[in-house]
Design a protein around this ligand. Structure first.
Ligand code: ARG
Length: 609
């Protein structure tokens, strides 16, 4: 379905042409003075030079040419030659009537369908899932859903961190604690046990302990490095142990991501890329890109116009070990080979920006990724506590994601019970649904690259720019709609079958049939209608900028517009049945738009709150 802006644009262009001006000047934008008009055009000013006429005169010619327009109810000249535009109420209502019957709600699939691989989540096995990984999961999931909604083919890849020093640390610590395990016995040739020698709880305790010790104990650290190396070399016992670590971790991760309603199509990991490294490195050498520098193998990626220093990519350290950069390059080799995407989008902490700058440059330079494949780094800021410092537990430790979710749900539960119309047995489920909206919306409504303050009181509030407020608006609409349905059903009950079938709108099975949206009866209604008509523009704009916060801003405004309309309008007691049905259609459309948008953001609304 066409954008309302495109319809306006087209009509404006026809006006320019009729008045004898080049259509290229007919550019309409949303008005920055909504008190005066809805859209505006500054083209008369731009056309001044070409036509040697005063902009006000040109603008007046356009006004005259659009005098009979059905799209605009008012076209006027303002200030030095702005053209102010008001869209005709009937046109807007017609647009919404079509939109309301469109299963896509005006958001049509894009013509240029792309295959987009999103690298998000990025947890490291054996380390507890903590808040640092939350943003990636939330933002990545939303972009995946939005991209799909627009018709793109999107693959979400978790890209597990399973190859670093953390693995060696765990093995070293485990060997300290349970030296009798067969995994550490080099003479062992039998089959290793199928059962992991630890639980997730133990695993999560082992890692921090090992990490802490390695910082103080040189010898211990050396052993961990050696263990990492041996694992990477394929030592049998270590491999078997490593597989246990991954299995136990992945089971736990899946449970956690499920709670967040985040899912991945691919559970690939850093280790999957390792087999691609030798050939990749060899080719970089053969092609003359990689050279030895102080014992390390590097590729230069600096450019003359760089404003800050971009260090060379280190592929192999002097001991022959590969690095995070090498893994990410090899992962690109693998991705091009297995999936041939048109774009790879990384949703990662913005502190890794330089790393990705190097990886992208190196991948292009060495031909791993051709020029027509887009590589995008979407770096996000830190989630801070109220003190403005990175979010911590009260004890100062890293907050586990599970704990954070539980805290929010608890807070939400309390608020819901206080507020309550819902029976208690639903309160738990409702708290979970609303809690997730608080968490996700609290994150997504901020521009990703900015740091933000995690404020549980604010995020869980039913008022203001929050997830619960959006859900509250949806629930409010649902409740009006169901009261309307009850009224209809009661009305139909009074009639006998025959007359009820003939009664049209009064009959029960006619409740599904759609009444056209009528021209706005008030300013608040027009504002609501205008905002609804901009849905496709908002959705596509948000996705093409890879900016879920723009979709949040759209639904926040839509919710505000709806609530103003609701407070000013007596919907269910309206006497004029045609008007009433038209409002019900408008409500239904608002509900659908809000629910469709929050699905793109990664959460949903309960039936009641
Ligand atoms: N595991 C990494 C970390 O915790 C994030 C991975 C991001 N993705 C990537 N392809 N490097 O920092």
């Amino acid at each position: 379905m066409k954008m309302i802006l495109a319809i306006i644009q087209q009509e404006l262009a026809a006006g320019f042409a009729r008045a004898g001006y080049d259509e290229k000047y007919a550019v309409a934008t949303v008005s920055n003075r909504p008190d005066l008009c809805e859209y505006q055009c500054n083209g008369a000013m731009a056309a001044k030079k070409e036509y040697g006429k005063a902009p006000r005169e040109i603008a007046q010619d356009i006004v005259n040419a659009l005098a009979d327009s059905e799209v605009f109810s008012e076209v006027s000249v303002a200030g030095p030659g702005f053209i102010n535009l008001k869209i005709a109420d009937a046109k807007l209502a017609e647009y919404l009537s079509i939109m309301a019957e469109d299963p896509e709600l005006s958001v049509s699939p894009v013509y240029a369908k792309r295959k987009i691989l999103i690298d998000y989540g990025g947890p490291n096995v054996a380390k507890p899932l903590h808040v640092g990984h939350l943003r990636s999961a939330i933002i990545g999931e939303s972009l995946k859903r939005m991209g799909r909604r627009l018709g793109h083919e999107v693959l979400g890849d978790i890209h597990l961190g399973d190859w670093g020093l953390q693995m060696g640390l765990i093995m070293t610590e485990l060997q300290e604690r349970k030296p009798e395990l067969p995994y550490f016995d080099d003479s062992f040739t039998g089959e290793y046990p199928a059962e992991a020698p630890f639980t997730i709880g133990e695993l999560e305790e082992i890692y921090p302990a090992a990490s802490a010790r390695s910082k103080e104990d040189e010898e211990y650290r050396a052993r961990a490095l050696e263990a990492t190396h041996m694992l990477q070399e394929g030592k049998r016992g270590y491999r078997a142990l490593w597989e246990h670590i991954i299995n136990v971790s992945v089971t736990d991760l899946k449970k956690n991501y499920e709670k967040l309603d985040v899912s991945f199509d691919l559970w690939k990991s850093e280790s999957d890329a390792q087999p691609y490294i030798p050939d990749m490195v060899q080719k970089m050498k053969d092609d003359g890109y990689a050279y030895m520098d102080q014992g390390a193998l590097v590729v230069d990626v600096a450019r003359e116009d760089d404003t800050k220093e971009v260090p060379p990519c280190i592929l192999l350290k002097s001991d022959g070990a590969s690095l995070y950069t090498t893994t990410d390059l090899a992962t690109l080799v693998e991705r091009m080979k297995l999936f041939a995407p048109d774009e790879v989008l990384y949703v990662v902490d913005k502190r890794q920006e330089m790393h990705f700058e190097q990886v992208f440059r190196c991948a292009r330079k060495t031909g791993i990724v051709p020029d027509d494949v887009r590589l995008t780094f979407l770096g996000f800021g830190t989630m801070n506590g109220k003190d403005g410092k990175p979010f911590k537990t009260r004890e100062g430790g890293v907050m586990r994601l599970e704990t954070l979710i539980a805290d929010i749900n608890q807070e939400m539960y309390q608020k819901i019970v206080e507020n309550r119309s819902v029976r208690d047995k639903d309160a738990d489920d409702t708290a979970r649904i609303v809690g997730l909206s608080a968490l996700k919306y609290g994150d997504l409504s901020n521009q990703a690259s900015k740091d933000y303050i995690f404020d549980i009181d604010r995020f869980t509030s039913f008022e203001g720019n929050t997830g619960p407020y959006i859900l509250y608006t949806i629930v409010r609409i649902k409740s009006i709609l169901s009261r309307y349905q009850e009224e209809l059903a009661a009305g139909a009950g009074c009639m006998d079958a025959e007359s009820s079938a003939a009664a049209g709108a009064g009959s029960a099975d006619n409740t599904q049939s759609f009444a056209a949206v009528l021209p706005a009866a008030s300013d608040v209604e027009k504002t609501l209608q205008l905002q609804l008509s901009r849905y496709n523009e908002a959705y596509m704009g948000a996705f093409s900028d890879r900016a879920p916060h723009r979709l949040c801003a759209y639904i926040y405004e839509l919710s505000n517009n709806f609530n103003s309309f609701y407070h000013a309008t007596k919907i269910l007691s309206e006497e004029n049945q045609e008007q009433k049905r038209a409002w019900i259609s408008l409500l239904e459309l608002t509900r659908k738009v809000l629910e469709d948008a929050i699905d793109g953001l990664g959460f949903s609304a309960p039936e009641r709150m």
